[in-house]
Design a protein around this ligand. Structure first.
Ligand code: AMP
Ligand code: GLY
Length: 434
């Protein structure tokens, strides 16, 4: 009997409105068999993407999204951000019979609770720094004094990437502890914290697509979290990225699969968790090998913008196979050998409060190897595209080498502009010769 070809989803809904979702919508739209992509709520970039339509439904409105899926006969839902996953959006849609790429609330705890994730890693023998949990300020301060050195302080719950302090002094660590319990990162993040042993080494992100059993690894990517050149200043969501990061060669990636990803999936299964979506391992490459800094339950942003242009037209089929629990039967996902470079253009003030509503000008013509994705932008009724968030645009280019790819991104950035636009000129310094 001839093997049955893996089906492609014809109609896809992408949930979210950032640069990551713009990149996902763009890549899925050019996948085999895809007839239409909807994005909810989308942004000023997805509203202009040919073949893509916007739905004015917030990512928190599970019932509204479910209704839209039914009306539009959606074949696959791809959930971009962590918050709706942690709130159970994938569970709600799956219960109604939809195919969803993204874990349920149980699997999303990998990101939503640092303590839960650390405990799972310990059980599974996954390499990660030692940690201690505290539920109140005095307990945390006592733990810190007992150790007598400035441990890394992390809010236990979701804190939009801002709940971590790598303290150099005891006083900084104490201040970070007080900030968390003062509720500075919100009630959820302020309920408990984790103190962690500090590890040293370069950082790299590895993304695995999974149906809960099998894994497809994407090229490793390196993010640039600090706002300032030379990796200085406060942490951000990410100011740029590149892939494949040569820090992890094929053997290194295989080690990550065997020592990190496979044992993690197995531990999830032992807890009865059927994890279908992305596992994002934030790794530090220490002298003893890769150590997990954190897991996330979704694609990284801007790593997603960087990686999507490298992936083949099997992407939609592979994501549907993950959602349906039959990844082993999916076609192999082609990955381009090119180097991909991404730089974020942010609004003045980022990562603090930013001005919004500035008109985005520019005549940049995207091409086969040059993409302009939008993040914090919106298209107003007058047709103008205006800034509406901290990270506004992601410019991405692919080339045979990183020097050329970054040169194309930086040349492209000269052709877009908005008041107060800022970007780092040193993204990819690790892989550039000029
Ligand atoms: P996270 O939000 O967990 O990714 O942490 C944000 C950043 O803090 C990471 O990208 C690291 O640069 C740093 N970090 C987190 N945990 C540690 C650790 N145990 N040792 C050193 N740096 C860390
Ligand atoms: N770029 C890091 C993140 O998405 O968490």
């Amino acid at each position: 009997m001839a093997p049955v070809a893996a089906p492609s989803p014809a109609r896809i809904l992408v949930v979210g409105g950032g640069g990551r979702e713009n990149a996902l919508a763009w890549a899925l739209n050019r996948s085999h068999g895809v007839e239409g992509v909807w994005v909810a709520p989308g942004n000023g970039g997805t509203s202009e993407l040919p073949g893509c339509r916007q739905l004015a439904i917030p990512e928190t409105d599970a019932e509204g999204l479910l209704q839209a899926c039914r009306q539009l006969a959606i074949d696959l839902v791809v959930v971009g951000p962590e918050a709706p996953l942690a709130a159970g959006l994938a569970d709600r849609l799956r219960a109604a019979g939809l195919a969803v790429f993204g874990p349920g609330a149980d699997g999303a705890r990998l990101e939503a609770s640092k303590h839960w994730a650390k405990t799972l890693m310990q059980e599974a023998g996954v390499p990660t720094a030692r940690h201690w949990r505290a539920e109140c300020e005095s307990e945390a301060l006592d733990l810190l004094e007992t150790h007598g050195r400035p441990l890394v302080v992390k809010a236990d719950g979701l804190a939009a990437g801002k709940g971590v302090t790598v303290a150099d002094t005891m006083e900084e660590a104490r201040a970070a502890i007080r900030d968390i319990f003062d509720g500075r990162f919100g009630a959820d993040a302020g309920a408990a914290l984790v103190l962690e042993e500090r590890t040293e080494g370069p950082e790299v992100s590895v993304f695995a697509l999974t149906d809960g059993r099998d894994l497809v690894l994407l090229p490793p990517a390196q993010d640039h979290k600090r706002i300032g050149e030379g990796d200085t200043g406060p942490n951000t969501g990410g100011m740029g990225a590149y892939a494949p990061a040569p820090l992890l060669d094929a053997a290194g990636l295989e080690e990550v699969r065997q020592r990190v990803l496979e044992p993690t999936l197995e531990a999830l299964r032992r807890r009865g968790i059927d994890y279908r979506g992305v596992i994002y391992a934030g790794l530090m490459l220490t002298e003893q090998g890769p150590s997990v800094i954190e897991f996330n339950c979704r694609f990284g942003d801007p790593e997603c913008e960087t990686l999507m242009p490298l992936l083949g037209a099997e992407l939609a089929t592979v994501l549907l196979a993950c959602a349906q629990g039959r990844l082993a039967a999916a076609p192999p996902l082609a990955v381009s050998p090119l180097c991909s470079a991404c730089v974020i253009a942010a609004a003045a003030g980022y990562p603090g409060s930013v001005r919004q509503g500035d008109v985005i000008h520019g005549g940049l013509q995207p091409g086969e190897r040059l993409q302009l994705f939008h993040a914090g932008s919106r298209r107003d009724p007058d047709g103008m595209c205006r800034t509406s968030g901290g990270r506004v645009l992601a410019l991405v280019a692919q080339a045979e080498d990183f020097d050329t790819a970054f040169q194309q991104v930086y040349t492209g950035l000269e052709q877009v502009r908005f008041e107060g636009m800022l970007y780092r000129r040193d993204i990819g310094h690790q892989v550039r010769s000029r």
